[in-house]
Design a protein around this ligand. Structure first.
Ligand SMILES: Cc1ncc(COP(=O)(O)O)c(C=O)c1O
Length: 399
């Protein structure tokens, strides 16, 4: 009789690791080596020709990094994964490997600031055409797809408004009208909340810097997809185009962080739900954007697609930039910092920080106003977080 498949929580701790192959070590060894010896010239040649599996050089692969890749592939339900030195390293490698002059890339309205700068301000210099569509309207995507569309990229939820995109509906539309690959940046969810490959996407993008590592001490990224695509991205993309490889030490730290992913995400999400409800009831706050609130425009979709609403909240404060600055400066526990997914709650101002790469016109077009504040809700005691937000709101002019 076949045993039932292991749960995600169990695979986050065990997938891919055999302690008996490493003298019983509970934790995997860090293979701290840039290069690997071949038994013979023939073996070296066979490894370079990809006729024989095995290690060559850490920019291409490394045993500690390989274990992380196997674990990520298992958690996302993909055939293979590829680890990178940053989330942007993953995104750049995907673009440089798949796109050539004349090719088209279709993206959603709002993207993380550096991804936005890459696709709108830099790739066009290399003859790549970036088209934009509102992915919350999948029915309208057909008009933006053609034989030159090679890649479709979106985030869900997408910061700073926490827009939720229907992964299944978008994937179906794209596959019906083009041969393009659908890539979903699922950084805000992790595989614990959402698994895009199961909904029809071709590639999952992660900044592992966020919840997956979860401790604010590593910059890293990953892609998950088919074995064939990951192999091309490894042997052409990361090896020859970007070199954006991961350090074995970072792989070790992320493997350690991953063990507690489900426990951490449950607490992040529960704390965030309380904070979102608290903010929505405050007179100083004009609007709260959080997929776990019934007031969110895609609340029903979020409930269907994500097992929990995540832990990033955006809100507009009455009183504009001055009130926002005063609120952020009054925080005592919540840390003034960009990023998300750390144990510490973080607050930042998208217009001048994460989305400063948008031109003022682009920010106006995407409604990234001066009064918008983004919070990443951490793992502190909820009463302490709420008390800090309360006193900071009361220090803002509208308070
Ligand atoms: C959604 C999203 N994708 C990609 C990135 C880039 O990741 P990294 O900072 O690890 O390069 C970020 C960083 O904030 C992000 O928020």
């Amino acid at each position: 009789m076949q045993s039932p498949p292991l749960s995600l929580a169990t695979r986050a701790i065990h997938a891919g690791y055999d302690a008996s192959a490493h003298q019983g070590a509970l934790n995997p060894p860090i293979f701290w080596s840039s290069t690997f010896a071949f038994d013979s010239a023939e073996q070296g040649a066979a490894r370079f020709a990809q006729e024989e599996p095995g290690m060559i050089y850490t920019r291409i692969t490394n045993p500690t990094v390989q274990l992380l890749e196997e674990r990520l592939a298992s958690l996302e339900g993909g055939e293979a994964a590829l680890a990178f030195g940053s989330g942007m390293g993953a995104i750049c490698t995907l673009m440089w490997t798949l796109l050539r002059p004349g090719d088209e890339l279709l993206v959603d309205l709002t993207l993380y600031g550096c991804t936005h700068a890459l696709v709108h301000h830099l790739l066009p210099d290399f003859g790549i055409v970036t088209r934009v569509a509102d992915f919350t309207q999948p029915g309208e995507l057909a008009a933006h797809l053609n034989a030159r569309t090679k890649l479709v990229l979106f985030e869900t939820p997408a910061s700073p408004h926490m827009r939720v995109v229907d992964i299944a509906a978008v994937s179906e539309m794209v596959h019906a009208h083009s041969t393009a690959l659908v890539a979903v940046d699922s950084t805000y969810c992790t595989p614990y909340l959402q698994q895009p490959l199961k909904l029809g996407a071709d590639v999952v993008v992660h900044s592992l810097t966020k919840y997956i590592n979860g401790h604010g001490d590593v910059i890293a990224g990953a892609l998950v997809g088919t074995r064939a695509l990951m192999s091309t991205l490894r042997f052409v993309g990361i090896k020859e185009l970007t070199g954006a490889c991961m350090s074995p030490m970072d792989a070790y730290l992320i493997l350690r962080g991953l063990k507690t992913l489900p426990v951490r995400m449950d607490r992040h999400c529960a704390n965030a739900q309380r904070v979102a409800e608290f903010l929505e009831a405050r007179s100083e706050v004009a609007r709260v954007k959080f997929p776990g609130l019934p007031s969110h425009p895609q609340y029903a979709l979020a409930r269907r697609q994500m097992s929990q609403p995540g832990a990033v909240i955006a809100f507009d404060i009455h009183g504009g930039l001055d009130a926002g600055r005063r609120f952020i400066n009054a925080l005592r526990l919540v840390t003034r910092a960009v990023s998300l997914g750390d144990a510490e709650s973080l607050a930042q101002h998208p217009a001048s920080m994460t989305h400063a790469t948008y031109t003022p016109e682009e920010r106006a077009q995407h409604m990234i106003g001066d009064s918008l504040i983004r919070l990443s809700i951490g793992l502190e005691g909820i009463e302490d977080i709420l008390e800090d937000l309360r006193q900071a709101l009361e220090a803002s002019p509208a308070g």
